[in-house]
Ligand binder design. Structure first.
Ligand SMILES: N[C@@H](CCC(=O)N[C@@H](CS)C(=O)NCC(=O)O)C(=O)O
Length: 402
């Protein structure tokens, strides 16, 4: 079966379908967050419901500022470079179909803890659907708000709220309140960040891996013995493109996927400018590639690969969040990058794995209401309207150009 025909059933309308690691700052399990508790009530633009934050997630702003080790200090205040430095993921085991593997592929054994807000976690949800692993790997989604104790699971009541609800947004089955408890459950001395995605082994009670790029690879290849066509033939990392895929990841990860964070979390003008300029140079490069370099709708023409997944999750968040919240505003996608815009909208509107795993409420509320160092009043901007344009509609300035 050709790659094209293996992907086509995935298209809409068809039948089957402390850091410690060597990095910048330390996170302590300080109890200082909980000593002064304040419950705040937020009103959301797209809903009429009010949402009460979990009490333990809302220390006063002052208290958070005072502590150099708080989780929401994205750059260590004593780091004069002002640069955001992403930590290395800690859990790096592999699900493998090789004999004797500690983590063999098995239906129902593995679970993904994710956030709809998070681009890295979003990658894994897209791959899970593209590979037809819905009945094999379960998933659950944390609340969009990330407080000083990190991601937390929703309550029964929250799971029904307009701004929170979505597929997989459910309380933790074992009754945990925060994702950090999953990490401490496997290692009480854990000192890294409590990141999503987490690939969890339900049988062994272990974290297999918390690095999205590696989880993508496992989902792509290791479950092929358990799935049928057409999903088996979906290959997001085909042998003959591996060198080019890896080369593309290298610049896109640093300058685009992580580049938006390095721009937005920078704490000096110099660090911000350096990173935002590099980000837009990389977007120019992507635009050029998609405008002249491909003979098909995907980054590599007719073949949908990891590159499409990894770039999409950043681009789909770009206009709704990164332009204003991370100050990535030299251009936006919808009016400044026609080829990227077209490529993104094809993925979103034509392939359910992309649209169904994109939740704009979680995306917008998470960044604007969790990063209080960037947006202290937690007011979520209304625009852009809509979050993503219909397939063939342009912003007026673009369509008037003819
Ligand atoms: N390298 C990791 C990065 C994951 C990551 O940074 N996730 C963010 C959400 S977008 C997170 O969970 N952050 C929580 C924290 O840093 O405390 C991956 O690709 O899996």
């Amino acid at each position: 079966m050709s790659i094209r025909s293996s992907i086509s059933p995935l298209l809409r309308g068809t039948a089957s379908l402390s850091h410690l690691s060597k990095g910048s700052f330390r996170i302590t399990r300080s109890s200082s967050f909980t000593s002064s508790i304040k419950v705040s009530t937020h009103r959301y633009l797209s809903t009429t419901s009010n949402f009460k934050m979990a009490a333990q997630d809302t220390p006063s702003g002052k208290e958070v500022q005072k502590d150099d080790n708080v989780i929401t200090n994205w750059v260590n205040p004593s780091d004069k470079s002002g640069e955001f430095k992403r930590q290395q993921s800690t859990f790096r085991s592999f699900i493998s179909s090789s004999p004797g593997s500690e983590f063999p592929p098995e239906a129902g054994r593995y679970h993904l803890y994710v956030s709809y807000a998070c681009p890295w976690a979003n990658r894994t949800l897209i791959a899970r659907k593209l590979k037809g692993l819905e009945d094999i790997i379960s998933f659950s989604v944390v609340h969009w708000h990330m407080g000083p104790k990190g991601w937390r699971f929703v309550t029964d009541e929250e799971a029904e709220q307009e701004d929170v609800k979505g597929e997989g947004v459910v309380p933790h089955e074992g009754g945990l309140s925060h994702l950090r408890e999953v990490y401490f459950g496997v290692n009480p001395e854990y000192e890294g960040r409590f990141t999503v995605p987490v690939l969890w082994d339900k049988k062994g009670g272990k974290i297999v891996n918390n690095e999205s790029s590696e989880i993508l690879r496992m989902l792509n290849s290791e479950f092929n013995g358990l799935i049928d066509e057409p999903f088996k033939s979906v290959d997001l990392y085909p042998e003959d493109l591996r060198r080019e895929i890896d080369e593309t990841h290298e610049w896109q990860y640093d300058l685009i996927n992580n580049g938006v964070y390095k721009s937005g979390f920078a704490t000096t003008q110099e660090a911000y400018e350096r990173n935002v300029k590099a980000l837009f140079e990389a977007l120019d490069r992507a635009e050029k590639h998609l405008a002249d370099g491909t003979e098909g709708p995907y980054w590599f023409g007719e073949r949908l690969t990891e590159v499409d997944i990894r770039l999409f999750v950043t681009i789909v968040r770009f206009d709704p969040v990164y332009v204003q919240h991370f100050k990535c505003n030299i251009r936006d996608i919808r009016s400044g990058y026609p080829a990227i815009h077209k490529w993104m909208r094809n993925l979103y509107w034509n392939i359910p794995a992309f649209k169904d795993t994109t939740n704009f409420n979680h995306i917008k509320f998470h960044y604007t209401k969790s990063h209080t160092n960037i947006n202290p009043l937690s007011i979520t901007p209304l625009g852009p309207v809509p979050d993503i344009l219909p397939r063939w509609e342009e912003v007026p300035a673009v369509s008037f150009r003819g």
